[in-house]
Structure formats: structure tokens, C-alpha cells
Write a protein that binds this ligand. Structure first.
Ligand SMILES: Cc1cc2nc3c(=O)[nH]c(=O)nc-3n(C[C@H](O)[C@H](O)[C@H](O)COP(=O)(O)O)c2cc1C
Length: 215
């Protein structure tokens, strides 16, 4: 393990806060937004199915609409960018075929060599209800969100996760209705405002001894 990287990541995680009010004048550089999103794209997912989509909003009017649908939380209107983390709602056997074909193309292997793997995933899908598959897919979206939050922290860019929103209204605003995607949650990106009282408060976490057990 490279100790410099390890220290930097721990420091970044201590520094990060779920900022409640951003400095609306400060915008995140597009290159940094791109880097952060690239990290989410690289997030691991169960079987490599990547059942997600990330919708990035910088338009002020759309941010205002999302703010109303997000119970008027100030993060929506003061942030530089909002990333809406969406789940793919139709992970089925055809979706598995697409993933397997992608692996064949990238790795230069035959479809036959992946047939057993493909059938194993499809068998698992057949044994789950649609609702179970959706919940399983949503778990993957949360993982990609965690990667996004960590990537932003490493760049000293504030990122606030938010579930306090009306997902159906978000889908309407973002024109996702009738598509294979639904809103799960949102992340506000930007730079903390000096007026944000929350940021000055100590970080509160359960004790390491309680949370971690070693065998
Ligand atoms: C999935 C999820 C949803 C959250 N939703 C909201 C939210 O809607 N509004 C909000 O102010 N904070 C929200 N938070 C932030 C948490 O309250 C915050 O992460 C927690 O209190 C720890 O504080 P810290 O992130 O500043 O260390 C959410 C966090 C997570 C992980």
C-alpha cells in the first residue's frame, strides 16, 4: 500500500462533510466534474452489470426545479452541479447478453467461453422477482455514489448525498419517465459556503471499536 495515498484518502474522508449550503458563485471545473464521474463509471458492480446512469445538471432553471422537488433543500440551488444517480429498471436476460458481448469485445474472447458465466447470471435473475432485481440494482447505485463522494473528497470538492427528494418528480423533470431509468438519489457538487453552520460542526461517528471487529 502506498502510504501517501492512504493518508491522503483518510484525510479527505475526515475533511468531507455533507455540506448544506454551497457558495453559489464558485463553480466546479468541467475537467474535475468529468474526473469525478469517471471514477463512478469505474465503480465495481455485482457481475459487472453497471445498472446505473448519472445525470449531471448545471443549468440553474433545472436546478431550481429539482430544488422544489427536493423539499427546498438549499444544496440543490446553491451547488455548482447536481448529479442525479439513477438505476436501470430493466436488468433482464437481454441486458446480461449486452454485458457479455461487451466483455467479448474488450477482452477479445469468444461468446462460448462466457456461456457458463452468462447462464449463471441469467439463472440468478430468473430466480428473483422484478422488485428484487430492482432493489439489487439500487444497491449498486449506492456503491457508485460512495465512489463518487470519495473521488470528490480527494479533489477537495464538496459533495452532499441526498435522498430527501421526490424521485417521481425528479423523473418528470429529467424526462426519465418511460425510459429504463429512475432516480434513486442525488449528489450536490460544489464548494462549501462560509455561511454554512453545519460545516463548522465536529464530525460525529460511532467509535471505531464498536463498528469494527477483528477475528
Ligand atoms: C444515502 C444518503 C442520503 C442522505 N440524504 C440527505 C438529505 O436528503 N439531506 C441532507 O441534508 N443530508 C443527507 N445525507 C447526509 C447525511 O445526513 C450525512 O452523510 C451524515 O449525517 C454524516 O455527515 P457527514 O456526511 O457530513 O460526515 C444523506 C446521506 C446519505 C448517505
Amino acid at each position: 500500500m502506498n502510504m501517501d495515498i492512504e493518508k491522503t484518502l483518510t484525510h479527505a474522508m475526515q475533511w468531507r462533510k455533507s455540506v448544506k449550503m454551497f457558495d453559489a458563485e464558485k463553480k466546479v471545473l468541467q475537467a474535475d466534474v468529468d474526473d469525478i464521474l469517471d471514477c463512478s463509471v469505474l465503480s465495481p458492480s455485482s457481475f459487472g452489470l453497471e445498472p446505473w446512469k448519472f445525470v449531471v445538471i448545471s443549468d440553474d432553471d433545472v436546478k431550481a426545479q429539482l430544488g422544489h422537488a427536493g423539499y427546498d433543500q438549499k444544496q440543490f440551488t446553491t451547488a455548482s452541479h447536481i448529479v442525479v444517480m439513477c438505476v436501470h429498471t430493466a436488468v433482464d436476460e437481454g441486458y446480461v447478453d449486452e454485458m457479455v458481448e461487451r466483455v467479448c469485445t474488450v477482452r477479445g474472447v469468444t461468446l462460448e467461453s462466457l456461456e457458463e458465466y452468462s447462464q449463471m447470471i441469467k439463472g440468478m435473475i430468473r430466480n428473483k422477482s422484478k422488485e428484487e432485481i430492482l432493489q439489487w440494482s439500487i444497491h449498486q447505485v449506492y456503491l457508485a455514489t460512495g465512489v463518487l463522494l470519495s473521488a470528490a473528497a480527494l479533489k477537495s470538492i464538496d459533495a452532499s448525498p441526498m435522498e430527501g427528494l421526490d424521485a417521481k418528480k425528479f423523473d418528470e423533470i429529467l424526462d426519465l419517465e418511460g425510459s429504463n431509468y429512475q432516480t434513486v438519489m442525488a449528489v450536490a457538487l460544489g464548494f462549501r459556503s462560509s455561511q454554512d453552520a453545519y460545516v463548522a460542526r465536529e464530525k460525529v461517528r460511532r467509535s471505531r471499536d464498536v463498528v469494527i471487529s477483528e477475528i
